[in-house]
Write a protein that binds this ligand. Structure first.
Ligand code: BGC
Length: 247
């Protein structure tokens, strides 16, 4: 069965058709830059553009970069404050006429990795951490998701959250080498390990492709591995979540 998977990110909105039985993309990815400002109207227009590009009439699974409860956005996060309180699935449905399932982007990426990738068959606690514009998290126990964890928002110091200190956009903002960034990530993962005691940490987002450039700096007592589907995990997992209707 094919579902259109869409991953809404802070800088790009990406989509592809996904075979949800194999967890593989069946088309090339198509990416459209995230509009600025990323208001609900502007993002809904971009979603429509992606649907037109794939000429898709059917179910759409969408990963969204904020916590969501039953398809409703709880905070505007890195997108735009106007998202708060918006029923995202209904907005995209009325815009496009397609059925939508919308889940948090890091939960989606984790679902893909737990079912088909680095977390497949792993018992116990697995945490997916996506490093991108923000820091997202997906927490799993024996393969089952606890949705909407926000481990990018644990406090670092002086009221600042780790996301502002250790995300990929913080690396770019502060002009850090991968080694310098790795040192920040070491502090972050040490803290995550302390509060969650996971059996495995999976790193997703754009940074997953470059793990070898900063993993030497991260010295924590838990295996850390890159998402096997790299940055495509979010698209694959969003499509899978649509199948299971995790709303
Ligand atoms: C949001 C999370 C999201 C993460 C990655 C954070 O700012 O609060 O919900 O998963 O960014 O996009």
């Amino acid at each position: 069965m094919e579902i259109l998977g869409i991953d809404v990110g802070g800088t790009g909105i990406k989509g592809a058709l996904v075979n949800i039985e194999t967890g593989k993309l069946t088309t090339e990815k198509h990416r459209i830059p995230t509009p600025t400002p990323a208001t609900p109207e502007a993002v809904a227009n971009t979603i429509q553009e992606l649907i037109n590009y794939f000429n898709w009439k059917g179910m759409v699974g969408c990963g969204f970069p904020t916590p969501l409860q039953h398809g409703k956005c709880l905070t505007g996060g890195n997108l735009h404050e106007n998202w708060k309180g918006i029923q995202v699935d209904k907005l995209f449905e009325s815009k496009t006429g397609n059925y939508f399932s919308v889940v948090n982007d890091a939960d989606a990426a984790g679902l893909a990795e737990i079912n088909f990738g680095a977390g497949k068959g792993v018992k116990g606690t697995v945490i997916m951490i996506t490093l991108g514009t923000g820091i997202g998290s997906g927490l799993f126990l024996d393969g089952k998701l606890l949705p909407n964890t926000e481990f990018g928002h644990v406090l670092y110091k002086n009221g600042e959250v780790f996301e502002k200190y250790a995300s990929d956009s913080a690396r770019k903002r502060d002009g850090l080498s991968r080694k310098e960034w790795g040192k920040r990530l070491h502090k972050y993962f040490k803290h995550i390990n302390l509060i969650v005691s996971p059996d495995l940490i999976i790193i997703g987002g754009g940074a997953s492709k470059k793990l070898e450039k900063f993993e030497a700096q991260i010295n924590v007592d838990v295996p850390i591995t890159a998402a096997q589907a790299e940055n495509e995990a979010g698209i694959i997992g969003a499509a899978m979540a649509a199948k299971y209707q995790i709303k």
